[in-house]
Design a protein around this ligand. Structure first.
Ligand code: PMP
Length: 343
């Protein structure tokens, strides 16, 4: 943000802000193409994978994926592990009523994830859809399914770029930018070009993977300033040592926070150890009557957004890439002090 601020009015001596440039102008084209190349480096993407920017947030992909990958009468399998997976499932079902749920997280109040093997995959499923990190419930797949029967698709909105990935186990990965990438609204889609089916029906242009890819993420005017911010983030991550380095810090941050919760007599983490997210740490207190006091005090001391999602209650610490380790240390001290004075 400091870098963006320093060249906000005058990008590299052009006398223009990036947001004033034409999306066909050479400075912007450089930003766009370099950002895609940097992202390829960070993810170590084989050449058969395309990376494309889309507008519309992660939610647009809930519609775009079935449009691009299913034909009338076809089906796909969904692991319904949270609010966002359910939304994606319901959106696909609207257009392709044969899609199936292969796991219903409601049975464990969304605190557990399925072990997905080929045995669980329905005959004829064109893909298996997972949400790799469930932002609201604080669960993630520690290791990912390895499937032969159907390609694996993943919504990685709340964890892309926070850890190394076995990219070749996936055929589609997408992420809204707002957690670890850049401003909301911008969306990244990574897909294996060899697995994209022939188009059998019309697809709206702004959801059409092959059209957007052929036009280099520049079919219409893309969210240029958001792409510019993402380009700075990718360079920053490369300077920091890439995804392995980010993963090491993120695992350390999450572990110390979960350890503090496990040792607490007042608070507890709601998710069993196997499924705990490194990005969203969800916890509750044994004494609900103290919740509003905890949140008020937290806010007073500068801890933002600790209130749990409206349907879940309790607390959630979102500790994305941009949260420094000291931020987590301060939260742990705050939790301990609250417990000492109120426990
Ligand atoms: N998927 C996941 C995992 C999310 O966390 C979110 C929002 N936080 C979405 C999808 C929806 O994203 P958007 O608001 O960009 O459509």
């Amino acid at each position: 943000m400091e870098e963006a601020n320093s060249e906000f009015l005058n990008y590299k001596g052009t006398g223009m802000s990036v947001m004033e440039m034409s999306h066909r102008e050479k400075h912007f084209l450089n930003i766009l193409n370099e950002s895609l190349a940097d992202l390829r480096d960070l993810l170590e993407l084989p050449s058969r994978y395309a990376v494309v920017y889309f507008p519309g947030g992660a939610t647009l992909q809930f519609s775009a994926i079935p449009y691009n990958y299913l034909a009338t009468g076809e089906s796909a399998d969904f692991a319904v592990t949270g609010v966002w997976a359910k939304k994606a499932f319901e959106e696909a079902k609207k257009f392709y009523p044969n899609v199936k749920s292969i796991f219903n997280g409601a049975d464990s109040k969304y605190t557990e994830l399925p072990t997905i093997t080929d045995d669980l995959v329905n005959e004829g499923a064109k893909y298996v859809y997972i949400t790799s990190n469930n932002t609201i419930y604080g669960t993630r797949y520690k290791t990912f399914p390895k499937l032969k029967k159907a390609p694996l698709f993943a919504d990685m909105t709340s964890e892309l770029l926070s850890r190394k990935l076995p990219i070749e186990d996936f055929s589609v990965i997408f992420a809204g930018a707002q957690k670890n990438i850049g401003p909301s609204g911008l969306t990244l889609v990574i897909y294996d070009k060899e697995k994209l089916p022939e188009q059998t029906h019309p697809i709206p242009n702004l959801m059409n993977y092959s059209l957007m890819e052929k036009n280099g993420s520049n079919y219409n005017t893309p969210p240029t300033y958001s792409i510019y911010i993402a380009s700075l983030v990718f360079k920053y991550l490369k300077r920091k040592g890439g995804l392995a380095a980010m993963e090491a810090v993120n695992e350390r941050k999450a572990k110390k926070l979960y350890d503090a919760l496990d040792a607490s007599s007042l608070f507890y983490a709601t998710v069993p150890e196997n499924f705990r997210s490194a990005m969203n740490v969800v916890f509750r207190s044994h004494n609900d009557s103290l919740d509003s006091k905890f949140l008020a005090l937290a806010e007073e001391q500068g801890f933002a957004g600790l209130k749990g999602y409206r349907d879940v209650g309790g607390f959630r610490a979102s500790i994305y890439n941009a949260m420094p380790e000291e931020g987590v240390d301060s939260l742990i001290s705050f939790i301990k002090e609250f417990e000492r004075t109120h426990g």
